[in-house]
Structure formats: C-alpha cells, structure tokens
Design a protein around this ligand. Structure first.
Ligand SMILES: [Zn+2]
Length: 204
C-alpha cells in the first residue's frame, strides 16, 4: 500500500524540518532543464502540510465541459465511444491532441472492453503522430488533476531540437513560438483522416 500524505510529509519533516527545503537537484547538469540558473537561483518550494484534494472540473459530471461540448476543444474525429479534439490555437510543439471518452468517467473507471479499445486507439494515434515528418516522439500523458472527465494528452515533439525532450518538452510547449496555423491545421487533418482508416470518422 502506498504511503499516505501524512506518512510522506512526516518523512519530509524528519529529514529537513517543518519549514525546511529538500535538497536542490543538480539542474545545472540537466541538459534538458529549460531555465537558466541565475544569481538568485532556484530552489524547491517548501512542502506544504497535507490538505483536502481540490475539487476537479466536472466532478461527478456536474458542469462538465467535455460532456456538454461547451469547452474550447475542437472535435476532429470520433467513433461511438471516443473523440479526438485539439486546443483552440497552436502552441510550441507540433501537435497537442486530446483523446477522450464520450461517456463521463475517470481513467480508472474504464471496463475491460473500453480499456482495450482505448489501448488500440492510443497506439494508432501515437504511431500516426510519430510518423509525421519531423516529429521526434509522441508523449502520452494522463494526469486528470484538472478535469475529471477521462482525457489523455498526446504531445508530438519536434525531432532534433536539443533539449526539448521528455517531460520538459511540455514546458517548451508554452515557451516556443506557436506553430503556423495552416501547418498545424493540415497536420491535425492528416492525423484525423489517418485515424479514420482504422476506426471512426474524421470530421475535418
Ligand atoms: Zn464529462
């Protein structure tokens, strides 16, 4: 059984005290760390004491923008149970797409059939995006800390761009200048149409 927040916090306090800071990681040695260490330096935040979990958007399906379609996500592909959407505007990485269930449920709530279908679509989508020219790799992420409705992120990163790698590629997504809109839309269209050769239908 994993540790509780209290148990983890107790170990932190035992190590560095209630207001103490954990040791600074060697960011100056991290090739992919996207911030420069300057005079003021960087340091870890103080670990805060355990508290209640924040309520998520669309908790229990109430006011869920994914269910109502009132959010800013743009639908580009769907089948009976799944939909593929993209943010309203391009960002620094070549493509950022969301694969979401149509039903309101959380990731651990998938039954075996839905999970199997998720697995297939996820791999198709990752492969299709990875095969786009100049895409180095596609990072597949499920966090679920913001919205309760099942959604998985697919981040395509540019190949041969030193440092824009791994989890830090997500930081670069917000720092690099946005991809030209016509290029971005053409790539989204290509992915949706290619995915439709496996299942579902493209809407662009
Ligand atoms: Zn929902």
């Amino acid at each position: 059984m994993p540790e509780s927040a209290e148990e983890v916090y107790a170990r932190v306090v035992a190590l560095v005290g209630e207001r103490g800071r954990l040791p600074m990681p060697p960011v100056h040695e991290w090739d992919i760390f996207p911030w420069e260490v300057v005079d003021a330096g960087l340091q870890p935040k103080v670990v805060r004491a355990p508290a209640d979990e924040a309520s998520r958007t669309g908790a229990d399906g109430v006011g869920c923008l994914s269910c109502t379609g009132d959010g800013d996500a743009v639908l580009v592909w769907e089948n009976e149970r799944w939909k593929l959407t993209h943010p309203p505007a391009p960002s620094g990485l070549p493509l950022v797409l969301w694969l979401s269930s149509k039903e309101h449920l959380d990731y651990p709530d998938m039954d075996d059939d839905l999970a199997a279908e998720y697995g297939r679509i996820s791999v198709w989508l990752c492969r299709i995006m990875s095969n786009l020219p100049h895409v180095g790799r596609v990072h597949v992420n499920r966090w679920g800390d913001g919205s309760e409705h099942l959604h998985v992120w697919f981040f395509a990163r540019t190949a041969r761009l030193p440092g824009v790698l791994g989890s830090m590629a997500l930081e670069w997504d917000g720092m690099l200048p946005p991809v030209p809109e016509d290029v971005w839309l053409a790539d989204i269209r290509a992915v949706a149409r290619r995915l439709a050769t496996h299942d579902g239908r493209a809407l662009v």
